[in-house]
Ligand binder design. Sequence first.
Ligand code: IGP
Length: 266
Amino acid sequence: MSDILKKICEAKVIEVAEAKKRSPFEVMRRDAESRVLTRDFVGALRAKIAQGQAAVIAEVKKASPSKGVIRADFDPADIAQSYMVGDGKTSAACLSVLTDRQFFQGEPDYLKQARASTLLPVLRKDFMVDPYQIYESRAMGADCVLLIAACLDDAQMAEMEQIARSLDMAVLVEVHDGAELERALKLKTPLIGINNRDLRTFEVSIQTTLDLQKQVPADRLLVTESGIASPEDVKTLRDAGIHAFLVGEAFMRADEPGDALAKLFA
Ligand SMILES: O=P(O)(O)OC[C@@H](O)[C@@H](O)c1c[nH]c2ccccc12
């Protein structure tokens, strides 16, 4: 595990211990189980692809450890609506919302606001280290959770996936190398995220996706993540048969994030 990832996951363990004191496990579980109807995250991606379009998971992210504050004027509901509309032709399939406070200046409320202002399925972007957080994700309204293979062992991933499925949530499992990908493929989820960002160096290369793509069976839905910034990047990836994208920074730096999305994927 990279140093930054290790630091974040250690902080998460403490954060979760505190959260459990405020809302004990059974309370959180009941809260999660009382929520009705998730939005179909995988279906929304597949629908775009079936129409010959790129399936874009558009991220709502204020700041990151590598870039600091990315967007000072930050209104999650406005941003989410902008993504949902796009330019009227090209728009997001799904949203991703950072809920981590300490490293990404995120908030659980941002997810609630983004989801309430749109009809799009929402991924909770955070660092899962404990099954408690899967219930917590559903309780805050998430339709999909992220499992980062580098943070978890096989048994933890399988357990968290099982809980997510029992709550009708989708799972995006994120990998950065071939060994992590092999482990991710033991899960049932179709959504395999390949992170182009190396969390040790913060270097970003879409070549990571192109290299690992061969190892992803055709019945899985590969999502290329991070560092997608130009129409050339998009063309290279789509020509290679990759149609699902997770993009944050390139949109967050634009005045109108949905316009930036439409331009990047037109
Ligand atoms: O802002 P970018 O380079 O477009 O990247 C978006 C997304 O892939 C990135 O935020 C991300 C990918 N995996 C993560 C895990 C945790 C936090 C953030 C991430």
